[in-house]
Design a protein around this ligand. Structure first.
Ligand code: IVH
Length: 651
């Protein structure tokens, strides 16, 4: 046991790294002599060697959701009241740290690690087992008491010390340093070379035993069991795992860690409060995005003061201009900040931000740091009012600004190199066509060689010309061509997102694709037809219309269609019946079929789902073990309560 800045660690290594390495070498020698004892879970396999070609996509057993956030006691209280109501006031809350790392799902069989998946899109993850095996604090063989089949979820973090050591090494090797531990952890897990992953010193905390199919009756029982099975859980840090009986208890935990977090050897960005009892969790269920039984309490964003050296401008793939603050390095919330967003011209003039000013910089969760204020008292006498850019920083074209837009634009969409490259990068990106081997460096190379000027050109590439490029061997070129070929199977909704139509993000693309079913149906849609979708407002509708009106865009689009990409997809199923047409339904309790199936039936019959009972609810579809408070509320408001049998009859 050891203590760092008041924090006690119960799972400290019992031997030094040096001793560990010597034992490992001995084991390697023994294994080489006796291949009959080869074991995929041997500690020697952690060291990592060889290259992994790609990461296999694997569906999760259950979606990996995110957490709803709260930022103060009132919001926490509101959530707790709701939970207490639905569980008739007899639930406990567990409190844990919210590790600022990368979510992971681990699968074990017969005590051995068989699979490690990233969160991916929440439904499908990427198999990064080889890299995860290199994490020394993660057990690859569990104790005998562990169940034969087990899934556990948790977080992989990069401790500050490992982050600093990595950056020192990068500097020494003349390479670019990393910006923050979380992104570095995430990037490290996706490295092809697991030997390098092993060197980086990742760590992990496992907190979520997937309760279904086990006889665990609570989350806290699961965490204790996981600790006994050999996992590093929130229990290894003293006072970092607690069961609170009420909001006051949760707040004591929150307040303690808001202070104590600065002494932690890794980053956290809040705490997580969870309903402890399995039965209550099951009856609370989840929305499409997050479980109702858990809540994150996010700590205040952290601020720092530093000098603004210069204001630079960047142009994005849509031509939007973003002013960027170049700062004297300042350490905020665990990382060094050197760049911050300044948003747009209005914000700069509103705050009267000038080069040379002492500025207040704020860093919150996942967002890029931003300049939020100026210390006027510290303003140098020589300071000059900042004059906003008038020409594109990349191609020099005079900037434009529409009356209703906050940002300036470079209108040279077809000739501005940054926009061209940005569009290709976006098209190839993970959430769009996911073309392996086509990152910003390759795009730069392909563009500057003149081979690729638009996404459609990618499909005209062939091996021989690619081999004339620098650092482009047969393997790399072959992989790139294979990645491009494979992208032809990417479903329509992602192709649509990849087109980079202004304001059409991932969700809107998905909805448009499923609504219209093909690019041709979208092309034929007028403004009204587009506005029929609840996610489409006038700005998006106009952006879609002007995309189809733009000749150059249409030329590129034809090229993509001719290349055989998916421009037809499934149309979302329309209600198959009208038994619940327009009725607002709440589904609660345990049914003989999965609750999601009940919800699907409601939608199939034209019903609308709601989370809580209110005056406008038409039906409360009540399964077994539904909280009495929900029933009482429905009765009080005169909401009709349907049993499972009554509901099925209606269907
Ligand atoms: S519980 C949502 N507990 O926060 C499903 N999550 O925004 C249950 N995280 O993706 C998650 N520390 O990666 C849980 N103690 C903790 C956590 C934690 C960090 C991450 C997790 C999740 C994200 C949700």
């Amino acid at each position: 046991m050891s203590t760092i800045a008041g924090t006690t660690f119960l799972s400290e290594p019992v031997i030094s790294d040096r001793e560990f390495d010597l034992l490992l070498t001995e084991l390697e020698t023994l294994e080489a002599k006796h291949p009959e004892f080869e074991d995929p879970n041997s500690p020697t396999k952690r060291v990592g060697s060889g290259l992994t070609d790609q990461f296999e996509k694997v569906p999760h057993s259950r979606p990996m959701l995110s957490l709803s956030n709260s930022y103060n006691q009132d919001e926490l209280q509101e959530w707790a009241d709701r939970v207490q109501k639905e569980t008739a006031g007899d639930c406990r809350f567990t409190c844990e740290l919210k590790y600022d790392g990368v979510a992971i799902a681990l699968h074990y069989q017969n005590g051995g690690l068989v699979r490690a998946l990233t969160r991916g899109d929440g439904t499908i993850g990427e198999d990064i087992t080889t890299n995860v095996r290199t994490i020394r604090t993660l057990p690859i063989q569990l104790s005998a008491s562990a169940p034969d089949v087990l899934e556990i979820r948790g977080e992989i973090v990069l401790p500050f010390s490992a982050f600093d050591a990595l950056n020192a090494r990068m500097k020494e090797e003349g390479k670019k340093t990393f910006v923050n531990p979380r992104n570095t952890a995430s990037g490290s897990l996706k490295l092809q070379d697991s030997g390098e992953v092993a060197r980086r010193g990742l760590d992990c905390f496992l907190y979520g035993v997937e309760l279904e199919g086990t006889d665990l009756t609570s989350h806290s029982e699961g965490v204790h069991a996981a600790q006994n099975w050999g996992f590093k859980t929130p229990l290894v840090l003293s006072n970092a795992f607690e069961v609170a009986m009420d909001v006051a208890g949760v707040m004591r935990y929150v307040n303690r860690w808001e202070e104590a977090r600065h002494a932690l050897p890794f980053a956290i960005d809040g705490v997580v409060i969870k309903v402890d009892e399995t039965v209550h969790r099951n009856s609370l269920g989840a929305t499409a995005k997050s479980p109702r039984w858990a809540l994150a309490y996010k700590f205040e964003t952290e601020q720092g003061l530093t000098r603004l050296k210069r204001i630079d401008y960047q142009v994005g793939r849509t031509g939007a201009i973003t002013p960027v603050a170049r700062l004297e390095p300042v350490f905020i919330a665990g990382t060094t900040v050197e760049n911050a967003s300044l948003h747009n011209a209005d914000q700069i003039s509103h705050l009267d931000i000038r080069e040379g000013d002492l500025v207040q910089v704020e860093k919150g969760g996942e967002i890029i740091p931003k300049v939020v204020g100026v210390v006027l008292a510290e303003r140098p006498d020589s300071s000059l009012v900042h004059v906003y850019a008038t020409h594109c920083p990349d191609c020099g074209t005079a900037l434009e600004r529409a009356d209703d837009e906050a940002k300036h634009h470079c209108p040279n969409a077809l000739g501005c190199p940054e926009q061209i490259k940005g569009r290709i990068e976006h098209f190839a990106s993970r959430k769009a066509m996911n073309i392996d081997g086509l990152g910003d460096k390759s795009v730069e190379q392909l563009w500057s060689s003149g081979m690729v000027n638009a996404p459609a050109d990618l499909y005209q590439l062939s091996l021989a010309p690619l081999l004339t490029l620098e650092r482009m061997g047969e393997t790399k070129a072959g992989n790139l061509l294979a990645g491009i070929e494979a992208s032809k199977a990417v479903p329509f909704e992602r192709v649509l997102f990849g087109l980079g139509i202004r304001h059409v993000g991932e969700t809107v693309a998905k909805r448009l694709a499923r609504h219209f079913g093909s690019i041709e149906a979208m092309r034929l849609a007028d403004r009204e037809a587009l506005l029929e979708l609840d996610v489409v407002g006038p700005v998006i509708a106009d952006a879609v219309l002007s995309f189809f009106d733009d000749e150059a865009q249409q030329r590129h689009l034809s090229g993509l269609i001719d290349s055989g990409l998916q421009f037809v997809g499934d149309v979302e199923s329309k209600p198959q019946g009208t038994a619940l047409l327009g009725k607002k339904c709440v589904v609660s309790g345990v049914f003989s079929i999965p609750r999601d199936e009940v919800k699907r039936l409601v939608e199939q019959q034209g019903g609308k789902l709601a989370g809580t009972v209110s005056g406008s609810t038409d039906y409360l579809i009540a399964g077994e073990k539904m909280g009495p408070s929900k029933r009482e509320k429905a009765e009080r408001l005169g909401v009709r309560i349907l049993s499972e049998v009554e509901f099925m009859e209606m269907m």
